[in-house]
Design a protein around this ligand. Structure first.
Ligand code: NAD
Ligand code: 6OD
Length: 484
């Protein structure tokens, strides 16, 4: 049985209390995890603060960049260990984590090191009445100790998406991984030590939200800024905690993302992209599609093709190369997703495919397995069309005009992402411009250039990260004015 500890000031630290980490595959306990109390969280924050004034704070950018390249390289060198740990915690297919989670976990360090190295600040020359003038230039300094609170769906990817830029900017961090996925953040502690990141720069505290490490970290006044990914209501609670001390937040939260499929789309590409956006990671991707609008002339053909694709997905374990879809993260989440499957039935949805739990053999019968599910036939005010489910499911409905579909796509409190499928690029630009979301893909999904702004509109987020936008959050800009 593994024992997963906190990582504080370069040491693995056990706590008096532990909690169980269970496998999504069969509900077996796979690890005991140390739950950080106030004391451990305080020690982590103190270590992070001290590290700001130690060797880390004295590094020139070029040396910091080299160290972060080292982190990326070491993750890649230990790729299989990260892969195994991530798949053990989440149950996701190795084929997926091998192409997305682990490579992006490494890339997040390298790319933000490059951003910090290459992005200039501004300079303004100004005239003054005495004719001598003045020069203004801006500098960036770290904001200090950054608290990073993470979800369980893409654990390493989403944690390093924050830790990478935070460290590249010269901050120190205290990470609170999800209680469901403690392993890869902890393994990263070994990487930090191996490549010579100074003690206290990267810290990990384990536990839950309220009354546990999440709350202790976000209410700690030694934390200068908080970056969070997770549910909208958790983000709101964290924003309240951050108000005490007037600390900045960056919040990446929930979504109820639409896909809009026009009759002139490249049909096969639209099906392939929608298969990924609905079912990848068992539907547990914040950018995933849960509402599909298909132009009426191709509606029946589209529903039939997506049904065929869903039914071909092999439900299986991470190491099986044939696996197309793994389990949900936990029994608790399965109960939540199944409650929406029930709501769909209660509201009279047509169940095109799925709608229940698959039969799994042996001990897998105890796992968080669920059938990929497609519904049609409900109106836009049904619960499954309005509330984030975060499972492998979507509702498909027909539309008749561009104006209608834009209005329906925007009729949500969320605004994270959307996909538009059309071969008419004029229409692609026009509709993309009118969608109320932070990210819109035309003829693709989850195609990411890390220099671009990433974040949600409406209740899907506050702030943007990515490229220079990450620098805006993780640095304090200072204007220096020199009178000549
Ligand atoms: P969650 O909000 O339940 O938990 C996220 C983290 O917050 C966990 O580490 C949890 O322990 C912690 N937490 C919970 N309550 C807290 C509190 N009061 N104070 C401090 N910390 C607290 O989210 P989840 O279930 O782990 O993840 C799924 C959700 O995340 C979905 O809603 C999904 O859309 C969203 N998500 C959004 C993005 C994005 O980029 N916008 C990315 C991934 C996931
Ligand atoms: O690609 C990213 O940088 C990112 N933050 C993805 C988020 C996925 C949500 O589940």
């Amino acid at each position: 049985m593994k024992h997963i500890k906190n990582f504080i000031n370069g040491e693995f630290v056990a706590s008096a209390r532990t909690f169980e980490k269970r496998s999504p595959l069969n509900d077996a306990v796979i690890a005991q995890v140390s739950e950080a109390g106030r004391g451990e969280v305080d020690a982590a924050v103190q270590a992070a603060r001290a590290a700001l004034h130690g060797p880390w704070g004295k590094l020139v950018i070029a040396d910091r960049v080299e160290l972060l390249y080292g982190v990326a390289n070491e993750i890649n060198r230990r790729f299989d260990e990260f892969l195994e740990a991530e798949c053990a915690d989440t149950g996701k297919p190795m084929s997926l984590a091998r192409h997305i989670d682990i490579p992006r976990g490494a890339a997040n360090f390298k790319i933000f090191a490059d951003v910090v190295k290459n992005v200039p600040t501004e300079f303004f020359e100004m005239a003054t009445p005495d004719g001598l003038g003045a020069l203004n230039y801006a500098t960036r300094s770290p904001v200090g100790v950054v608290g990073i609170v993470c979800p369980w769906n893409l654990p390493l990817l989403l944690m390093t998406w924050k830790a990478g830029p935070a460290l590249a900017c010269g901050n120190t961090v205290v990470v609170k991984p999800s209680e469901e996925t403690p392993q890869t953040a902890t393994l990263l502690g070994e990487v930090m030590n191996a490549v010579g990141i100074p003690k206290g720069v990267y810290n990990v505290v384990h536990g839950f939200g309220p009354g546990s490490a999440g709350e202790f970290l976000t209410t700690h006044q030694g934390v200068n800024a908080i970056t969070f990914t997770g549910e909208t209501r958790t983000g709101a609670a964290i924003m309240k905690a951050a108000a005490d001390g007037a600390r900045p937040v960056s919040l990446e939260m929930g979504g109820k993302n639409p896909a809009i499929v026009f009759a002139d789309c490249d049909f096969d590409a639209a099906i392939e992209g929608t298969m990924r956006s609905v079912f990848s990671n068992c539907g547990q991707v914040c950018l995933g599609t849960e509402r599909v609008y298909v132009e009426r002339p191709i509606f029946d053909k589209f529903v039939a093709a997506l049904k065929l694709g869903a039914e071909k997905l092999k439900i299986g374990t991470p190491g099986d190369v044939a696996t197309g879809i793994g389990p949900l993260i936990s029994q608790e989440h399965k109960t939540k997703v199944l409650s929406y499957y029930q709501k769909a039935r209660d509201e009279g949805a047509i169940i095109v495919t799925g709608g229940g739990v698959p039969n799994m053999a042996g001990d897998l019968a105890h796992g968080a397995w669920i059938q990929p599910t497609i519904w049609t036939g409900l109106s836009d005010d049904a619960a499954i069309c309005r509330e984030e489910i975060f499972g492998p499911c979507c509702h498909i409905s027909p539309f008749d005009s561009e104006e209608e579909v834009i209005r329906r796509a925007n009729d949500t409190t969320y605004g994270l992402a959307a996909s538009i499928w059309t071969t008419n690029l004029q229409r692609g630009h026009r509709v993309a411009g009118k969608i109320e979301a932070g990210l819109v893909w035309v003829n693709s999904w989850f195609l990411r250039d890390l220099r671009t702004p990433f974040g949600g509109a409406k209740q899907s987020g506050i702030g943007r990260e990515g490229g220079v936008h990450s620098l805006e959050f993780y640095t304090e800009l200072k204007n220096i004015c020199i009178k000549l």
